[in-house]
Design a protein around this ligand. Sequence first.
Ligand SMILES: [Zn+2]
Length: 320
Amino acid sequence: MSNRYGYNNVLGLLAAFPDEAACAEHLAALRWPDGITCPLCASTRHFTHMNRPGKYVCGDCRKQFSVRKGTVYEESRLPLRKWFLAAFLMTTSRKGISSLQLAREIGVTQKTAWFVLGRLRKAAEQASSRAGTLPGPVEADESYFGGRNKNRHTRDRLPGRGTANKMAVAGVVSRTSGQAVARQIEQPDRATLIPFVEGVTAPGSTIYTDTHSGYDGLSSLFNRLTHETVNHSAGEYVRGKVHTNGVESFWALLKRGYHGVFHDFSQKHLPRYLAEFSHRWNMLPLSSAQRVDALLKAGIGERLTYEELISEPERGYSRV
Ligand SMILES: [Zn+2]
């Protein structure tokens, strides 16, 4: 039998999961590592496996349920194999995958592909919100997306190359674990950056930033952070261990995805793209099989309907 936990390419994935039954079994194993629990009455006693993959009858409440019940895979007739393949492509493509390309790869409409990606991004968002603080030393930095003048009508162009109308994003990358956390922010000011950086960084860590005033005072606050800066505006980028090259690599990857794959992140969806990119970045040390499992597992217990995805109001900025 092919190894469901050890494949490293798309052929391995397809061999390990030849049909819906194999996928349903695997999703059940990820969902209930200690044995099936009824999502309706929480019974852990006895279940009858119905003839359809992933469908059970609870011996206590007598109701039927699916392994997809209460997950992002619910209310979707899409075969689990396509979900697995989508999770594989999303977590192993360095810059992510567009809905147009995913539609071609898994043989669905672009609308369906867009929905699948939206749900998997939601799963990634859940995974990052459950992650703990980053072990130090860490690097923090901010960046900007969107609002590029060359994409605007001439009458709407802004003077200069400032950051007006751009979306601001703050990020922290751990030098120890390599993990990244990124969040959309309203203003790159102290009131926003300091609580964000402190909130995601383990107490007592050393933190490296540039000399942007938004980080002033990091070291004097309760988190016992040691703060060291490089002066980018004076042409200083590296002073021994003091630099922000790690977090800048993360921004560079995000920008390559922004320009090369997605062309635009809307303000509404930016938090989910950030979650997708940081999740993928954080999964880099894992094998393909582990990445797929991590994403599939993050989608269990989190449900998002198509209606919610399209009707969701513009999100407010993260105030942290
Ligand atoms: Zn039950």
